[in-house]
Write a protein that binds this ligand. Structure first.
Ligand code: SAM
Ligand code: SF4
Length: 352
């Protein structure tokens, strides 16, 4: 498989980035609804070593590397965000572990003043070897995608994946101390609804957080996604039909996942109901796409281009104003029930 090569700024020709200031005062950003924006999800690449049916078509094409942020550009924007009160970062993709120089990049992001929490969402295919170096570089936690425990089904859902690689990745993340381990499962009708039971059973003897996610519609595969979504209510009923009533396990309104527990279990079960019961009130997230756009809401197309002005030499102060102003316009709510959904990107370009 051909993996992308990260471009360095020196290869971009005549682009000169403005210098970074020696220090900066932290000015927290808020949106027009008064939500404090302190969480940045960064997509490190739109490419991936899998092709999950709920994420992208098998013949997906990816952006040319010149359009993607270099390490230097990404770090510049992280510092801009940190100067505006971003203290929590999640790296995602595509698949973040295929980005070259990932460990060095993680080390540099973790060292940015103000960044307190650095986590990653990954399919874990390459985590076996990377978990310890990433933990040593400052990565604190991982969310790992696994939609079934059945190897054949896993291959069918991901189109290319081998579930043994994921298990090796999970064990390596545990050994490296990246706990609590969170496992993400997108529930897709006629693919893996019944697999929820085996996944939920994992929490009986593992201190893991297994999270069931409603499938969201994006771009060209939205028909498939809309037709096959399994709602939070259905998922909960299915799990309760096997284990009895679930206990609530301490709701935190900034967390999109509603936590429950099978009575007596070591770990928790979460439900992420972005489609049927969105959680906009606690949303302090903005996203940075791999091509340098500030995405204000996962489920809406609104974006602010940060990479073009950065490449045109905008100063740190100018970039701060752009991010601050963009975040102020973060929308509230989605219109999925009216048939309006994000069309300009697929999930692999957003990162979840
Ligand atoms: N490749 C990494 C992975 O799969 O964990 C990170 C990127 S992936 C886009 C981030 C998360 O989004 C994963 O947990 C994935 O299962 C989830 N996801 C992908 N497509 C989705 C969809 N249509 N609706 C809901 N979640 C989705
Ligand atoms: Fe790749 Fe993650 Fe999308 Fe699956 S969900 S195709 S692993 S980016």
């Amino acid at each position: 498989m051909k993996l992308p090569i990260a471009l360095q700024s020196s290869e971009l020709g005549k682009v000169t980035m403005a210098p970074l200031p020696e220090s900066y005062a932290i000015e927290p950003m808020h949106d027009s609804y008064g939500r404090r924006i302190n969480y940045l999800r960064i997509s490190l690449t739109d490419a991936c070593n899998l092709r999950c049916v709920y994420c992208m078509p098998e013949d997906m094409t990816f952006r040319p590397r010149q359009e993607l942020m270099t390490d230097e550009e990404l770090l510049f924007l992280v510092r801009v965000g940190a100067s505006l009160g971003v203290n929590k970062i999640r790296l995602t993709g595509g698949e973040p572990t295929i980005r070259p120089h990932l460990v060095d990049l993680v080390r540099e992001i973790a060292a940015v003043p103000g960044i307190k929490d650095l986590a990653m969402t990954t399919n874990a295919i390459l985590l076996d070897k990377l978990a310890q170096p990433l933990a040593d570089a400052g990565l604190r936690r991982v969310n790992i995608s696994i939609d079934t425990l059945d190897g054949d089904k896993f291959h069918k859902i991901t189109r290319w994946g081998n579930i043994d690689d994921v298990w090796r990745g999970i064990r390596a993340a545990e050994r490296a101390g990246m706990t609590p381990i969170k496992l993400n499962c997108v529930v897709v009708r006629n693919f893996n609804e019944e697999d929820m039971i085996d996944l939920a059973r994992l929490t009986l003897e593992n201190d893991w957080d297994v999270r069931f996610i409603e499938m969201m519609p994006f771009g060209e595969i939205s028909d498939f996604q809309q037709t096959n979504v399994v709602t939070f209510r259905e998922m909960r009923e299915r799990v309760e039909s096997a284990f009895g009533p679930l206990e609530e396990a301490g709701y935190d309104f900034v967390d999109p996942s509603r936590p429950f527990r099978i009575p007596g279990a070591m770990g928790t079960l979460g439900f992420i109901s972005s489609v049927t019961e969105p959680f906009c009130q606690g949303c302090g997230r903005v996203r940075l796409t791999a091509d340098g756009k500030l995405r204000l809401c996962l489920l809406r197309d609104n974006e602010v281009d940060l990479l073009s002005p950065l490449r045109q030499g905008a100063t740190f102060e100018e970039m701060r104003s752009l991010m601050l102003d963009g975040a102020f316009h973060k929308p509230w709510g989605h219109s999925l029930s009216e048939g309006t959904f994000a069309e300009n990107r697929a999930m692999n370009q957003l990162g979840g």
